[in-house]
Design a protein around this ligand. Structure first.
Ligand code: HEC
Ligand code: HEC
Ligand code: HEC
Ligand code: HEC
Ligand code: HEC
Ligand code: HEC
Ligand code: HEC
Length: 340
């Protein structure tokens, strides 16, 4: 009994759905036939094989791009028609909006590359693999991007004249208060404490060899942090980047090291089972003066280290009597530099 009622219910539901969908189809036919609806373009305006294809019409009927801009906007982003030319796979960014080559315009191409996920390969299809414009000066990127590698130079999209690291960041920010700018430069130029891996991106990132290297411009937002073997003390320090709070913790470089007395050649130098740095947590967007000062990454001497006042007595290649680092190549290099 029960199953029979169920069957009947099912039949009625199907019938109801058929009537409903018929109604929808009928209604949308009415829609299309609506004489009041204004068609801006012929039906086959977007069909490439048709004589009415907009590209052909533009070429053959000497219509101007201005006429398209009157409805689609000077920047081709929609205008009064609300139909952007860039939403389709056909035109990523061509025709170029007014001001595309004018640095003072809000349509300048620099600011639009993000929208295109920095896809330089899409530019090469028209501007040539070498960006020289295939002989047409109006298309020559190298007239402005004069340096080696033209627009592919490592400091075109981020960085500055000294290195490729922010500032500027990808959105042109320059203040250290942006997480994307932060303390980059103090890790890259004029190191106070070390020269080891200064100037290199690899302490914190995988460094691409070209703009289209795998993993460089990827689908995940934000740059990826991938600490080097030094920064993690060969995987022993649990170095962590916390983007929300913009802090780094447990990095070897900021004192994330622990040495064991039982494994040491010099167990007498210990006052405890381990000798360790201060595992200092540092703030990336810092503007309040130095966080890395003498005694911040490790005590003078470190915790668990025999008492001492003159470090140069045993670490003579690294420091002098007055706590000055005399050889930055040996400091924060991942090695215990003691004696000889
Ligand atoms: C009078 C305003 C107006 C002008 C001028 C105009 N368009 Fe349009 N265009 C529209 C509107 C509205 C639509 C969306 C409705 C339609 O397809 O008819 C549209 C749609 C299109 C589409 C289809 C987009 C899609 O995603 O299917 C293309 C392509 C297009 N226009 C190209 C052009 C070109 C090229 C020119 C210049 C020769 C131009 N239009 C001039 C108003 C205009
Ligand atoms: C479909 C072909 C095409 C694609 C794709 C294309 N362009 Fe162009 N671009 C042109 C043409 C053609 C010109 C010459 C001026 C014009 O017609 O707007 C030009 C001109 C330019 C200019 C002005 C040059 C000058 O000296 O005035 C810049 C800047 C430019 N393009 C940047 C880009 C960038 C960046 C990309 C990739 C995101 C790109 N273009 C993709 C065809 C293209
Ligand atoms: C009229 C001069 C001019 C021309 C022509 C030009 N550019 Fe640029 N472009 C600039 C300037 C200025 C910047 C700002 C950054 C800088 O100073 O390097 C820039 C920035 C860029 C950026 C960085 C975008 C970002 O996210 O910061 C890319 C990518 C780029 N251009 C690609 C191209 C390509 C590809 C072409 C040729 C199709 C081209 N440019 C032609 C002047 C030009
Ligand atoms: C001390 C660690 C460190 C070093 C060294 C370092 N970076 Fe970064 N980098 C960061 C951090 C932290 C961020 C922010 C990541 C985020 O947004 O989550 C970042 C972000 C970036 C971004 C993204 C900017 C944006 O607008 O989103 C770029 C590009 C970048 N770094 C390039 C470089 C280059 C190039 C070098 C070497 C010349 C370098 N970095 C060296 C830590 C570093
Ligand atoms: C066309 C623009 C463009 C050029 C040219 C470019 N980069 Fe980048 N770079 C980006 C973008 C976009 C990101 C952020 C990637 C993400 O979302 O992970 C980035 C991120 C980085 C990072 C941070 C780590 C990462 O991959 O997230 C480093 C390091 C870097 N770039 C180095 C370089 C070097 C070295 C070159 C030259 C070989 C270079 N970039 C050329 C756009 C560019
Ligand atoms: C940014 C963090 C940091 C700061 C600041 C710092 N150190 Fe170090 N220091 C380390 C690390 C990490 C080591 C571990 C050994 C290595 O890799 O060189 C170390 C090791 C040492 C050593 C042992 C010798 C060696 O290189 O193995 C001495 C001595 C020393 N530091 C003295 C100082 C003095 C003196 C100052 C201040 C003038 C100072 N440090 C500031 C991080 C720091
Ligand atoms: C009497 C000799 C002696 C003096 C003086 C001395 N140290 Fe050391 N220190 C050592 C020895 C030996 C080790 C290595 C322990 C090991 O190999 O396990 C060491 C290790 C260290 C380390 C940790 C590991 C590393 O990677 O280098 C630091 C940091 C350090 N000393 C800093 C100092 C500082 C700062 C002073 C001065 C305040 C100082 N030491 C004075 C003998 C000394």
């Amino acid at each position: 009994m029960l199953s029979k009622t169920g069957d009947i219910m099912k039949k009625y539901t199907i019938l109801f759905l058929m009537i409903l969908s018929g109604f929808i189809v009928f209604n949308s036919c009415l829609d299309q036939a609506d004489p009041a609806k204004v068609e801006a373009h012929p039906d086959d305006w977007t069909i490439e094989s048709s004589q009415n294809f907009h590209g052909k019409v533009l070429l053959t009927e000497s219509m101007s791009m201005e006429s398209c801009q009157s409805c689609h906007g000077a920047d081709y982003m929609g205008g009064t028609s609300d139909i952007s030319c860039y939403n389709s796979a056909c035109h990523a960014i061509y025709p170029h909006p007014e001001g595309f080559a004018d640095p003072s315009s809000s349509n300048f191409h620099e600011g639009m590359m993000a929208m295109l996920n920095w896809d330089l390969e899409s530019c090469q299809t028209c501007h040539g693999a070498d960006y020289a414009g295939n002989g047409e000066s109006s298309k020559n990127c190298l007239s402005c991007h004069k340096g080696d590698n033209g627009p592919e130079a490592c400091n075109t999209c981020h960085g500055n004249d000294i290195n490729a690291a922010p500032p500027k960041d990808l959105m042109n920010h320059t203040s250290v208060e942006y997480v994307t700018v932060g303390a980059h430069q103090s890790h890259l130029v004029n190191g106070t404490w070390t020269t080891f891996q200064m100037g290199e991106c690899s302490s914190c990132h995988t460094t691409p060899s070209a703009f289209n290297s795998a993993g460089h411009i990827d689908d995940s937002p934000n740059a990826e942090i991938n600490f080097s073997a030094l920064a993690t003390f060969n995987g022993n320090s649990n170095a962590l980047w916390d983007r929300t709070n913009a802090t780094c913790s447990n990095t070897y470089c900021h004192g994330g090291f622990e040495l064991k007395k039982e494994e040491s050649t010099y167990p007498w130098a210990y006052t405890a089972d381990v000798m360790k740095g201060s595992f200092k947590k540092v703030y990336w967007k810092n503007t309040d003066g130095p966080q890395a000062f003498c005694g911040s990454c490790h005590g003078l001497p470190p915790e668990g280290h025999i008492n001492a006042t003159d470090c140069s007595g045993c670490h003579s290649r690294v420091v002098d009597k007055d706590f000055n680092i005399i050889n930055k190549y040996l400091h924060i290099n991942g090695k215990i530099d003691v004696f000889n």
